[in-house]
Design a protein around this ligand. Structure first.
Ligand code: NDP
Ligand code: OXD
Length: 318
């Protein structure tokens, strides 16, 4: 195959770091940042590297040889569900995984070590030590134990937390117990004090997490309340029910990185809730240097007639 041209469509992200990194690493392959200079591709074979871009980019030319997500999630490529002829490739990379492990570990420790309460005491200049349960008595439950969820669960287990995961399919081997399928969701929730969401946004998971799930969490465990960490996708949560749960005490607190609408609208009550920490979708950033290197390895595979490594099946769980 001729060398592939590369169309980069980074949507809301600053295009410059992506342009620079692709140009530096592409070994002479043409690089076009869309929409500004994508029109010069002609009839060269090409790939698209996209993040939440205008879907028009997928209709511009002949069929791309592959579409690469610039992040781990591929929900922004749902428009391509009707195009099984186009391989869709996602990021699986230790750099991105470690960033997520840092974020989730931070969030769990922040809640476990009562940091929000100490921040409030500090604002009042009050010295008030509170009871601190051992990590081994705190039950963390991770919904979605794929690449990211499993890595987070492993580190939290090493810190001593009592971790369990929930996924679709059964596992023969896992570093911590996995509950699988709808039948075991209740048992998973009833043991869980800190619920971490790392599910992808798919037709099956959209709106899955709401009032019923929050009500089933364990509020009588060592932390004396139930907590929620969302670093997966906002779309998997019914946000109005999350706000209700945080207001009426069903949830004692939350650390939230992803939302139904991003940026989180100024009028959202979540901004002002003193039991909520909001971060602006930064749990695991895509580093252009790392992601571009991974994509170019796959571009070379395509040029040799081989399939890219992390192709996803949009029909199954994405
Ligand atoms: P994976 O595909 O590796 O893992 C997904 C997990 O979710 C798997 O365990 C899978 O189950 C489970 N799952 C999928 N559908 C269902 C379902 N219907 N019911 C139960 N379990 C289900 O994804 P990653 O771990 O790489 O990433 C997870 C998500 O994290 C991404 O899709 C993205 O949305 C989000 N993310 C957020 C970032 C941020 O900065 N906030 C950064 C990066 C990713 P099974 O194991 O049985 O297949
Ligand atoms: C991702 C993200 O999916 O940043 O990589 O959300």
């Amino acid at each position: 195959m001729r060398p592939l041209s590369i169309i980069v469509a980074p949507g809301p992200w600053d295009p410059e770091p992506w342009r620079n990194e692709f140009q530096a690493a592409a070994e002479g392959r043409p690089v076009h940042v869309w929409p500004h200079d994508g029109s010069v591709i002609g009839d060269d074979p090409y790939v698209i590297c996209a993040w939440k871009s205008d879907p028009k980019v997928f209709d511009l030319y002949s069929t791309p040889k592959a579409v690469f997500s610039l992040g781990a999630g591929v929900d922004h490529l749902h428009v391509l569900r009707s195009r099984p002829d186009i391989p869709i490739v996602r990021v699986i990379d230790p750099d991105l995984t470690m960033r997520m492990v840092e974020y989730v570990t931070f969030a769990v420790l922040y809640l476990h070590r009562k940091i929000p309460l100490y921040q409030a005491e500090q604002a009042r200049r009050t010295w008030r030590p509170m009871h601190q349960p051992a990590a081994a008595r705190v039950r963390v439950g991770i919904m979605g134990v794929g690449v990211l969820g499993e890595a987070c669960g492993k580190l939290l287990s090493q810190l001593g937390f009592e971790v369990a995961g929930w996924a679709r399919s059964r596992r023969d081997a896992s570093p911590f117990p996995i509950f699988s399928g709808q039948d075991s969701l209740g048992s998973f929730l009833e043991r869980t004090e800190i619920l971490v969401n790392l599910l992808p946004n798919t037709p099956e998971t959209a709106g899955l997490i709401g009032r019923e799930i929050f009500q089933r969490l364990n509020r009588n465990g060592s932390l004396g309340g139930a907590f929620f960490v969302n670093a997966g996708r906002g779309e998997t949560v019914v946000e109005s029910e999350l706000i209700d749960a945080l207001t009426n005490g069903t949830l004692a607190g939350a650390v939230l990185d992803v939302f139904n609408v991003e940026p989180l609208p100024e009028e959202s009550p979540l901004w002002a809730m003193d039991n909520v920490l909001v971060t602006p979708h930064v749990a695991a950033d895509s580093d252009p240097e790392v992601i571009v290197a991974q994509i170019l390895r796959d571009v070379k595979r395509l040029e040799r007639g081989e399939a890219p490594v992390n192709v996803v099946d949009m029909g199954r769980g994405y």
